[in-house]
Design a protein around this ligand. Structure first.
Ligand code: ADP
Length: 174
């Protein structure tokens, strides 16, 4: 009798992180999450808790929203972290960092930060996924700009979070 053991063992497990502010999560982020989840055994969405940056949603609100949006992807986990990405990656045993690239302007910053991260944590690799053409203009900032004036954001974010965003600007779209 031949037996095959293919259950993932912890040591060989490829753990990736997709870090960001996700304030709020957009269709562009979700596209990257879906694609990146196929490249690793486990993908952690790392919501950055950056106290220096004022945010529309609290970290807990962002984590809850992302959990809801990704509940159908079994190997995706959502967590918050603060401090340096490389320290958090070491802590959770992640070796792959996923970043999305929309335009050349993203690239310049991402290249520099990745090279710096690599010096700190040589075992890590960053994977850059280019954004889907239909989302290449989309950012959390664009969403906030439109929402703050009561503009239509239905093409930017999932419908479950549209009202939560308007609420932050005291806009009632009933
Ligand atoms: P950060 O504060 O790190 O810029 P964001 O939440 O804005 O956090 O973005 C997280 C990651 O998602 C970044 O790598 C960013 O380039 C990428 N990203 C954001 N919007 C899009 C999009 N529309 N398409 C693809 N990638 C995106």
């Amino acid at each position: 009798m031949r037996m095959f053991f293919c259950a993932g063992n912890e040591e060989n497990m490829k753990k990736a992180i997709y870090p960001g502010s996700f304030d709020p999560i957009t269709f562009g982020h979700l596209d990257i999450i879906t694609r990146a989840s196929k490249l690793a055994d486990e993908l952690v969405i790392g919501v950055l808790n950056n106290s220096a940056k004022s945010s529309l949603f609290s970290v807990d609100e962002r984590v809850t929203m992302i959990e809801e949006m990704t509940k159908d992807i079994p190997n995706v986990k959502v967590a918050s972290f603060d401090g340096l990405l490389v320290d958090y990656m070491r802590e959770i045993g992640a070796t792959i960092n996923v970043r999305g690239l929309r335009a050349v302007t993203d690239f310049e910053y991402e290249l520099q930060i990745d090279q710096a991260n690599h010096v700190q944590y040589p075992e890590m690799e960053t994977i850059f996924l280019t954004s889907a053409v239909k989302y290449s203009y989309l950012s959390s900032t664009v969403v906030k700009e439109f929402a703050s004036y009561g503009g239509d954001i239905s093409k930017f974010v999932p419908k479950q979070i549209i009202d939560k965003i308007y609420e932050k600007y005291n806009i009632n779209k009933e």
